[in-house]
Design a protein around this ligand. Structure first.
Ligand code: CP
Length: 299
C-alpha cells in the first residue's frame, strides 16, 4: 500500500488483518508504556483545511508516542490553490505537493475542496498521503470502526452492519470494507444522498449489501448500527433512538464516529447507553493510525 487515499487502497484481507493485529499490539504496548520508537526520525505533515478534533489529535499523539515529529498545517498557512488571474498569491497544488513531499515523510490531509485534492497530492508528493476525511471516504475512521468490532466480536466480518446517516464518505468506506471482508451491509441514506454506483455494484457482487431509504427497514436484525454527524438537518425517522434500536439485534453494538449532536442523529440515552462504544471507537483512532503509518512508511 503506497497511500491511503480511500479504503480501497487496503487491497486485500491479509493487509487489513496485518493492520488490525498491529493496532491491537500497539494499543497493548501503549497501556504497558513499552512502545518502540518505530517512527523515530520521521516527520509527518498534517494539512487540515477543516476543523478536526479526533483525527488531528490522534495522529499527533500517535506519531509522537512512536518517536516521530508532526507539523500541523492549516490551509491559511500555505500558498494553496492556483493563483487567481491578476493576483500573485497561490500556488498550483502539484507544486505544493512536490515541496511538501521533499521535506516530509508522509502527509495527512483533510481537504476543504473535493476528494480530487487528495488524489492530486498523492500523485505529486513523493511520500505517502493519507486521507483524513474527504467527500469520498473517511478511511481512518472506517478502519477504526472495524477494529473496534474486531476487539468486541469474535467474528466481526460476520456482522450485519447498518449505517444510518447522510455521510457518503462513511457509507463508501463501509462499502469498501464489504468488498474486503464480505460483511453484510445495509445503508440507510436519505433521499438525495447516493453512493458511487459502481462501488455499490462491486460490493453487491461480493456481499449482501442493500440501499434503503427507511432506517426502520434497514435496521431489522442488525447487530451493528453506526451513525455520524449530518451535514444537513436530520431527515425524519433517521435519529438512532431506542425505538429504532428495538428492531435491531438484542446484542446490538452502536457506533458513532463523533462529533455527536444529541437529539439529532442520535439520542443522549443511546449515545451514553451500554450498547454504545463511541468513546472506545474514538480512542481506537490512535493505534489504528499508528499501524497505518508504520505500514506506509516501512521499517
Ligand atoms: N470522527 C472524526 O473524524 O472526528 P474529527 O472530525 O474530530 O477528526
Amino acid at each position: 500500500m503506497r497511500h491511503l487515499r480511500t479504503t480501497l487502497d487496503v487491497v486485500d484481507l491479509k493487509t487489513l488483518e496485518g493492520l488490525l493485529l498491529r493496532a491491537q499490539e500497539l494499543k497493548r504496548h501503549r497501556v504497558a508504556r513499552r512502545l518502540a520508537p518505530t517512527l523515530s526520525g520521521r516527520v509527518i505533515g498534517m494539512l487540515f483545511e477543516k476543523p478536526s478534533t479526533r483525527t488531528r489529535v490522534s495522529f499527533e499523539a500517535g506519531v509522537k508516542l512512536l518517536g516521530g515529529a508532526t507539523i500541523v498545517l492549516q490551509g491559511r498557512d500555505l500558498w494553496l490553490g492556483a493563483p487567481a488571474e491578476g493576483a500573485d498569491t497561490g500556488e498550483v497544488l502539484r507544486d505544493t505537493a512536490r515541496v511538501l513531499g521533499s521535506s516530509l515523510d508522509a502527509l495527512v490531509v483533510r481537504p476543504h475542496g473535493p476528494h480530487a485534492t487528495v488524489e492530486e497530492l498523492a500523485r505529486h508528493a513523493a511520500v505517502p498521503v493519507v486521507n483524513g476525511l474527504s467527500d469520498r471516504d473517511h478511511p481512518c475512521q472506517v478502519l477504526t470502526d472495524l477494529f473496534t468490532l474486531y476487539e468486541r466480536r469474535e467474528r466481526p466480518y460476520e456482522s450485519k452492519v447498518c449505517f444510518v446517516g447522510d455521510s457518503v464518505a462513511i457509507a463508501q468506506g463501509y462499502l469498501a470494507l464489504a468488498l474486503l471482508t464480505g460483511w453484510e451491509l445495509r445503508l440507510a441514506l436519505p433521499v438525495g444522498v447516493d453512493v458511487d454506483a459502481d462501488l455499490l455494484k462491486r460490493a453487491q457482487a461480493r456481499a449482501r449489501v442493500s440501499l434503503h431509504r427507511s432506517p426502520s427497514d434497514a435496521i431489522e436484525g442488525a447487530d451493528v448500527v453506526s451513525t455520524a454527524a449530518w451535514s444537513r438537518p436530520v431527515a425524519p425517522g433517521f435519529c438512532v433512538d431506542d425505538a429504532l434500536l428495538q428492531r435491531a439485534d438484542d446484542d446490538v453494538t452502536v457506533l458513532h464516529s463523533l462529533p455527536a449532536h444529541r437529539g439529532q442523529e442520535i439520542t443522549d440515552d443511546v449515545l451514553e447507553g451500554s450498547r454504545s462504544v463511541c468513546f472506545q471507537q474514538a480512542q481506537n483512532r490512535l493505534p489504528v493510525q499508528q499501524a497505518l503509518l508504520e505500514h506506509l512508511l516501512g521499517p
